[in-house]
Design a protein around this ligand. Structure first.
Ligand code: ADP
Ligand code: MG
Length: 470
């Protein structure tokens, strides 16, 4: 259905055509016709589809019997050729019977004069840029430090990236926050694009997927959405935990997923927990997810943390004494993101003061980070903070009262207990008046959902976290 590259015209050719067609109409008449066509297209296809696909088109010229339009990307060109070009032609011919064909070219919008990241920009503006989130140029296989906790996930990711047909489908990466899931997904996407720039790679978060789907639903036209996702060669969906419980999104995701697998396209997914722990996921989806390869990224070890620090310090071109790196690796154990943050602060300091960083300096500069990684938050502290925040009594945390004004804060407290302490669900349940672990699980899910849907809850939770982690 979709047309592939090779059929597009280079933008230089456009310029030439201009010169050779002094009689070509590029002035007001052509513009006016195009605007009329646009108005008709908008009425016909709706604001969303129009805004997504047709608005970005630019009129190049009307020359003899053809109208020439420029699309910002190859992908859009293919899409328009397959879905809209014919309609554009019909509408245009009605306005101006001499126009009998539509020519679509690819002409990327003029890039801003950026010097260095030009290469990354070019790779980024490949197909599907409307859908795909930007890929971080730093997240490649080359910059990923491999150690025991992540070697399996790394190998699986490389295997997928270097294969022409899916070696396992899907590849499901899971692990705690800040351990490199997103990094590996971007690395796969970069490698695949590098090996074959014509392959359509879409990387996005599950949240964005949901958002796109909701937009499509709102415009009462989910067909472009479906077609779009189903035309992808490699689909990477990050942070799948976010669509849990959103039933229609889950359903749509499942269909997309099946359609792609059937067509032999590769899918890569990530979540903060394994498919079997993704409570609220439909059973058939869960089992389907486990068909491929499930690879977990374990919490970092001291060796891996040290390796990462060394690699990053070297990449930053800064020499930090080994003792300092060892100090960081032993004290900041939560995740790689925090480790990186700490390192960056030291690197900055070192370059500002032009003095070698000592352990004492590191201690001083990082005292807040070090303190928070030392502190262990307890369930009691969480309960106290929550009742203070909502103006309740401590006994409300353990009572059987079910009024929303009490039950909701209690759920927030359970959610925070799960998030900020290493306690298990049954343990947490016991501390909240002997509740069942399923009640805690329900509370956690409920608050996770509300954080997305209810800004007030999101604010409450953020404020409480800040307070508890201060
Ligand atoms: P996640 O998606 O699992 O929450 P990210 O992929 O965003 O984590 O990683 C957080 C940060 O840590 C990123 O800057 C990433 O580059 C870095 N990082 C994580 N693991 C590694 C690793 N093994 N080697 C190098 N950098 C890493
Ligand atoms: Mg991530």
């Amino acid at each position: 259905m979709a047309l592939r590259s090779g059929q597009s015209f280079a933008s230089t050719e456009v310029t030439r055509t201009f010169g050779e067609n002094p009689g070509g109409m590029v002035g007001n008449d052509a513009q006016r016709q195009w605007q009329q066509v646009c108005a008709l297209l908008r009425a016909e296809f709706g604001d969303t589809a129009f805004g997504t696909w047709l608005k970005p088109l630019e009129l190049v010229e009307v020359s003899y019997d053809r109208a020439v339009l420029a699309c910002p990307t190859q992908f859009m060109r293919d899409w328009i050729a397959a879905n809209y070009a014919d309609r554009i032609r019909v509408l245009w011919t009605r306005l101006n019977p001499s126009v009998r064909s539509i020519t679509l070219l690819v002409r990327p919008p003029q890039p801003a004069a950026a010097a260095e990241p030009a290469a990354a920009e070019a790779a980024n503006s490949g197909p599907n840029e409307e859908l795909s989130a930007r890929l971080d140029p730093r997240f490649t296989f080359e910059t990923f430090v491999v150690g025991k906790p992540n070697e399996f996930a790394f190998a699986a990711a490389e295997k997928v990236a270097n294969s022409d047909t899916p070696p396992f489908n899907p590849l499901f990466l899971y692990g705690g926050v800040g351990l490199g899931k997103t990094h590996l997904m971007h690395a796969i996407a970069w490698r695949v694009r590098q090996r074959d720039p014509s392959r359509r790679v879409v990387y996005l978060t599950a949240e964005k997927f949901m958002y796109q789907f909701i937009l499509a639903l709102r415009s009462k036209d989910t067909i472009p959405f479906k077609e779009l996702f189903r035309s992808v060669d490699l689909l990477l969906v990050d942070d799948l935990q976010f669509i849990i419980g959103k039933d229609s999104t889950q359903e749509e995701f499942f269909h997309t997923f099946n359609a792609l697998v059937e067509r032999g396209r590769q899918i890569v997914l990530s979540a903060d927990r394994s498919p079997s722990d993704l409570d609220g996921l439909e059973e058939r989806i869960r089992s389907r997810l486990s068909w491929g390869l499930v690879a977990d990224i374990h919490p970092t070890t001291y060796e891996l943390r040290l390796g990462i620090l060394q690699a990053k310090a070297e990449a930053a071109g800064v020499e930090l004494p080994l003792r300092v790196l060892e100090f960081l690796a032993s004290r900041i154990t939560s995740n790689v993101r925090e480790l990186e943050g700490a390192l960056n602060r030291l690197v900055l300091q070192a370059s500002l003061t032009n003095r070698p960083v000592s352990i004492e300096m590191a201690q001083e500069i990082l005292k807040d980070v070090l303190r928070s990684s030392e502190r262990r938050i307890t369930i009691e502290e969480i309960q106290k903070a929550v009742v203070e925040h909502y103006g309740l009594k401590l006994s409300d945390m353990t009572s059987a009262r079910r009024q929303r004004a009490v039950a909701r804060p209690r759920q927030v407290a359970m959610y925070l207990a799960k998030l900020l302490t290493p306690r298990s669900l049954p343990e947490i349940g016991r501390r909240f008046g002997g509740r069942d672990h399923t009640t805690v699980m329900h509370a956690v899910r409920q608050i996770e959902r509300l954080i997305v849907e209810d800004p007030q809850i999101a604010d409450d939770v953020a404020a409480l976290r800040r307070k508890l982690q201060a």
